[in-house]
Design a protein around this ligand. Structure first.
Ligand code: LRH
Ligand code: MN
Length: 434
């Protein structure tokens, strides 16, 4: 931790001071890349502007240090409440230029909506989808979710879970959010424990009550997950179950793809292509993983997979697929890095995958695919993926008055140091993701 005098990392003067010595080099690198792309018949400016317009929401639960069931090792200056979390989210946005909204988790982020909305407005932030929570029992909760929530065999428990979700929608309305992300942990640990068909029917019944409570301009984002905490069967286990539910609930029920919620080696870009085809791709929880729902930084393990997902999104844009407005959100757990640095970096890795996908020569690719020129088709994608778009990403940040080198600026601000002084350390290393 450096002991430079603390500055406000959101201060535009501080950011332009950090940028000043880096501008000339950036311009030079940008011009070199512009000429390279020109030789490939590609214009750099439209790509830069598209990247500058790219937005991804920050998960409120991601700005505190994450943990596993074994332990959590809180870092210095942990956010103590949702208002501290908003401060940290504002720093991420000021330096990355790409994260103007926050996705809240209720009741973890419970607070007076007007005060929350007002503070967010002061910080230049808005709210993306709100997340409900029927995977934990809250203090004073009447009925337990041990054996499920929306699919529990006891109608009283289902009603309690439905009421919680409707409560989240009402809070979200007061905050200006336009979507509810619905992930439930409901499932079974042993064959026979749960009637697989009846559980799904109970899900549809409960979700229909939640859907009916949605304001007319809201969306319901159904999040599937293969396993954990249920280790044999999960009611909304895969994209098929999620799609069936979304199709039976209605037009504003859509599917959310959390990259970590699939078995290793599952072709997620194929799932994205299918959900686009069905008109049911509602959004993403971006992260990366090697084994399970590891919630690692986006693009940190398999950046080519991330690129291939953005390739499907850009291809759909190119094919003018209508009404494709997926909500981009991060969902990560930062157990060993500074969460602010990881979230800044992850937002940038999403922009990198998007920029590379915009550099695919789609006419050439389509022609190779038509003529089954397999190698040239694969090369058309690899050529875009292996293009170092770093100058475009930095230029896009500059375009947004953000930091050319946001991590260096963040460290120069000693913001974490300041937080450590202002925010007393909470109790030791207890387990759990947040
Ligand atoms: C479930 C999940 C879900 C959130 C939770 C924090 O694994 O991805 O999106 O509610 O993480
Ligand atoms: Mn998720």
């Amino acid at each position: 931790m450096n002991d430079a005098p603390p500055v406000n990392p959101r201060d535009p003067n501080f950011i332009s001071q950090c940028n000043a010595p880096l501008r000339a080099e950036l311009e030079a690198d940008y011009d070199v890349l512009a000429r390279q792309l020109q030789r490939r018949g590609l214009k750099i400016e439209p790509v830069m502007h598209a990247v500058a317009d790219f937005r991804v929401a920050i998960p409120s639960w991601g700005v505190g240090t994450g943990g596993t069931r074994f332990a959590r090792f809180p870092g210095p200056g942990e956010p103590r409440n949702v208002f501290d979390k908003l401060e940290d989210c504002a720093v991420i946005h000021a330096l990355s230029g790409a994260t103007p909204t926050v996705s809240l988790h209720l009741p973890w982020d419970q607070a007076e909506p007007r005060a929350l909305r007002e503070r967010a407005r002061e910080l230049g932030l808005g709210f993306d989808a709100v997340n409900s929570n029927t995977f934990q029992d809250q203090r004073g909760q009447a009925l337990s979710y041990k054996f499920g929530s929306l699919t529990h065999t006891d109608p009283a428990v289902r009603e309690q879970a439905v009421a919680h979700n409707i409560g989240c929608i009402r809070i979200g309305e007061a905050l200006g959010s336009k979507a509810l992300t619905l992930w439930i942990a409901d499932g079974a640990n042993f064959p026979g424990q749960q009637h697989l068909a009846h559980a799904f029917e109970r899900y549809l019944e409960s979700a229909a009550e939640i859907y009916a409570a949605l304001p007319a301009d809201w969306r319901l984002l159904i999040e599937h997950k293969m396993y954990e905490p249920a280790f044999y069967a999960t009611v909304i286990q895969d994209w098929g179950s999620s799609l069936m539910a979304a199709q039976s609930l209605g037009a504003r029920a859509l599917c959310l793809v959390d990259l970590g919620h699939h078995a290793p080696h599952v072709n997620i870009e194929m799932i994205v292509a299918r959900l686009i085809h069905a008109g049911k791709l509602g959004g993403f929880h971006f992260n990366d993983s090697k084994y399970g729902d590891d919630d690692l930084d986006a693009g940190s393990i398999d950046p080519y997979r991330l690129f291939l997902i953005f390739n499907e999104l850009v291809d759909a844009q190119w094919r003018r697929v209508s009404a494709l407005q997926p909500a981009h959100m991060l969902d990560q757990s930062h157990n060993v890095t500074d969460p602010i640095e990881s979230l800044i970096n992850s937002a940038i890795e999403l922009q990198r995958a998007y920029a590379q996908a915009l550099l695919v020569d789609r006419a050439q690719l389509a022609d190779c695919q038509q003529r089954n020129d397999v190698l040239m088709a694969a090369r058309a994608l690899k050529r875009a993926f292996t293009t170092d778009v770093t100058p475009i990403l930095a230029r896009a940040r500059l375009e947004r008055s953000a930091a050319i080198d946001p991590i260096a600026a963040y460290r120069a601000s000693a913001y974490r140091n300041q937080c450590a002084k202002l925010r007393p350390v909470r109790d030791g290393s207890r387990s759990g993701i947040v």
